[in-house]
Design a protein around this ligand. Structure first.
Ligand code: IMP
Length: 177
């Protein structure tokens, strides 16, 4: 397919709609098997994960709940790290099986900062599903239980991911040319 332009940059097609959808069906099948008889709560992180979360959720046959949250990060007064607050997380996570749904894990910092907040509430289990993972960019190692695609350390857009606000509507994933 022809390259696309967003703002000042060109992007080439990288993962087609069919390839993405097939991978999501595979991930959903694994999740259906792993959570048989349970009622996991999916926590999808906005904005980027909205398409992946919706398509993944459609293929679940188990009882499942979902909520969408936004992470806001600010510099802590004393701590050296950032403090992450979850906006929209009003469920009680105690003793629940939690699956975090992310669009992409890049350095791993976002989840590294956020996971302790969730563990603090003592869920029964805590797993991560990420459509994309850039292993070469890892600075904060994480165990990602359900990975769609491991990709090179290049900027990507589409299927929920944006470049400066644009590209989220694309059905395919594109890579910086
Ligand atoms: P991390 O904290 O470095 O793992 O980055 C996670 C967040 O950065 C993702 O949820 C995305 O919003 C954003 N991000 C990282 N890499 C890309 C990319 O290639 N394209 C678009 N957004 C990205």
């Amino acid at each position: 397919m022809a390259p696309i332009k967003l703002h000042d940059k060109s992007f080439d097609t990288y993962l087609s709609e069919a390839v993405i959808q097939e991978k999501i069906r595979e991930l959903a099948a694994r999740i259906n098997a792993d959570y048989q008889g349970k009622r996991p709560l999916f926590i999808a992180i906005l904005n980027g994960s909205f398409m992946f979360a919706a398509d993944l959720f459609k293929h679940l046959t188990i009882d499942a709940e979902i909520c969408f949250i936004k992470l806001a990060s600010y510099k802590g007064m004393k701590s050296s790290g950032n403090v992450v607050t979850a906006i929209g997380l009003d469920q009680d996570l105690f003793d629940r099986d939690i699956v975090i749904v992310e669009d992409i894990v890049d350095t791993g910092k976002t989840l590294h900062d956020f996971l302790p907040k969730l563990s603090h509430q003592q869920p029964a289990s805590l797993r991560i599903a990420s459509l994309l993972h850039k292993p070469e960019a890892t600075q904060f190692p994480l165990q990602i239980d359900y990975v769609g695609f491991s990709i090179p350390n290049k900027f990507v857009v589409g299927y929920g991911l944006d470049y400066d606000g644009l590209g989220r509507n694309l059905k395919e994933i594109y890579q910086l040319a």
